[in-house]
Design a binder for this molecule. Sequence first.
Ligand SMILES: Nc1nc2c(c(=O)[nH]1)N[C@H]1C(S)=C(S)[C@@H](COP(=O)(O)O)O[C@H]1N2
Ligand SMILES: [Mo]
Length: 205
Amino acid sequence: MGERFVSRGFFGRRRQPEQAGRIPPGQYLVDDWPVLSAGPTPRIRLDQWRFTIEGLVRQPVSWSWDEFLKLPSKTYLVDISCVTKWTKLDMKWQGVSVDTLFQAVSLDPRAAFVTAYSYGDYTTNLPIPDLLNDQAFIAYQQDEKPLTPEHGGPARLVVPHLYFWKSAKWIQGFRLEERERLGFWENLGYHRRGDPWKEERYSGD
Ligand SMILES: Nc1nc2c(c(=O)[nH]1)N[C@H]1C(S)=C(S)[C@@H](COP(=O)(O)O)O[C@H]1N2
Ligand SMILES: [Mo]
């Protein structure tokens, strides 16, 4: 009896048409929002926060918190999948498109990859095309509230179409690179790109 009740609830949820086709293979839905951090949560004072784009650019560019908040921002409603197998649908964020940030720099034609680096030393690698065309943004609000420190506040990268480890919390900057330099999890055996629809979980997948 208990079992029937549980399975009816389970299939009832799965049948909701707006969820069909939105859960990548091997993932399950969550309503809560787990915290996954490899180390302690850094606390960054807003008057000391900066976001910098450097490396293979003609001139490095850097924004203070006040300058960053003046950039045009957008609302994003996106589904997020973590390699630990949870998927959360319709997460609402406010942030600045990476396209907007790249408009402020001239990229060296050799630039092909980005190392996203964070306060607290986390890094993750991304091919530039995965950051373009409004696919990625620097978020400072979630559900209309300031992003909490545990979830990456004051600001984090969000790349919804890749596993969530690519969405660097406490983002500090982008370094443009000619060659791909593996980041924190990628160095520990996770996939260099991490597309949840292809189940690119580990290197070799
Ligand atoms: N700076 C930093 N960013 C990070 C991480 C981290 O440990 N440090 N963990 C990554 C991983 S593995 C995941 S799944 C998500 C978790 O974000 P959340 O804690 O907001 O759910 O952040 C990613 N970004
Ligand atoms: Mo993760």
